[in-house]
Design a protein around this ligand. Structure first.
Ligand SMILES: [Zn+2]
Length: 283
């Protein structure tokens, strides 16, 4: 058994000694399956240079890409979820929350605050997909509702970047309630005649797509983003028919009038600033 143990040990040491393991240097594109040098993607705003697929990025990076430096003021960062249903699947809900909190450094799956984009004030909410798939539980719903209420108070527009698997099943009906709660808040924003812009990133699905994502006055998507309610396999099995090419992708949705614009990440900041200027409200 000695040879086996030695080999195993060498393998382990080799992995630890190598400061740049293969999988960290190269990234496989989810869309075109090409292996791309990580630094090339990083230099390209996390966009695949071969096929223009826009990789999912952390919420903090999105804020940095879009808002004027130093203008972001975060709200409700300490609002933390509880476990009212004492939910347990393969892990207990508090355990999953703790893991996500450690990985992302956030208390829950959305970051909200006020900021300026090319000088235009806006209330901005950004989903963090790395926190339990950007799922919308009570805290996400509450933070977005407060963001909208602040927008009404301050007479500015709302901008939300969506990246979500949908409702947070660990909170059951309390999670589903957030769809109605945030939609009602958006109805009040509309009554106040204030603009609401959404940017749908890959992926925007489930309860988030069925509420705040598709309620934007202007709905923007990143290229090739998957946007839909249920997954394609569920739909295919339900309607018992082949789905069209490009189904649930941003380009298909634009062609069929479900969204207004597809904007590349490099152009997003200026496009958002132009829209906010055009839709500017008189104070
Ligand atoms: Zn690609």
């Amino acid at each position: 058994m000695a040879w086996f143990k030695k080999g195993e040990e060498e393998e382990r040491r080799g992995r630890h000694d190598d400061p740049k393991p293969f999988e960290e240097l190269w990234v496989k594109c989810k869309s075109c399956n090409e292996m791309i040098y990580r630094k090339v993607i990083e230099r390209n705003l996390q966009v695949c240079p071969k096929c223009n697929y826009h990789f999912q990025i952390p919420a903090r990076s999105r804020i940095e890409f879009v808002v004027d430096p130093g203008s972001f003021l975060e709200y409700d960062a300490d609002l933390a979820p509880t476990d009212p249903l004492e939910f347990k699947d393969s892990k207990k809900y508090p355990h999953r929350l703790k893991e996500s909190q450690e990985v992302t450094g956030h208390k829950d799956a959305v970051i909200c605050g006020e900021a300026k984009i090319e000088g235009q004030p806006v209330m901005i909410g950004v989903f963090e997909f790395h926190f339990m798939g950007g799922s919308m539980g009570s805290v996400v719903g509450e933070k977005i509702t407060r963001l909208i209420e602040r927008a009404i108070e301050k007479r500015v527009g709302v901008l939300i970047f969506c990246a979500s698997g949908g409702a947070r099943m660990q909170e059951g009906i309390l999670s589903l309630m957030q769809m109605a709660k945030t939609s009602a808040a958006l109805a009040r924003l509309k009554e106040a005649r204030l603009p609401y812009i959404t940017v749908l990133t890959d992926p925007t699905t489930g309860g988030v797509s069925a509420s705040i994502a598709m309620l934007g006055d202007i709905i923007i998507a990143e290229p090739k983003a998957m946007i839909g309610f249920a997954g394609p396999r569920v739909i295919k099995d339900t309607i018992r028919a082949e789905l069209p090419e490009g189904f649930q992708r941003a380009e298909y949705l634009l062609q069929h009038g479900m969204i207004d614009l597809i904007v590349e990440r490099k152009d997003l900041r200026h496009t958002l600033a132009s829209l906010l200027t055009m839709l500017k409200v008189d104070h």
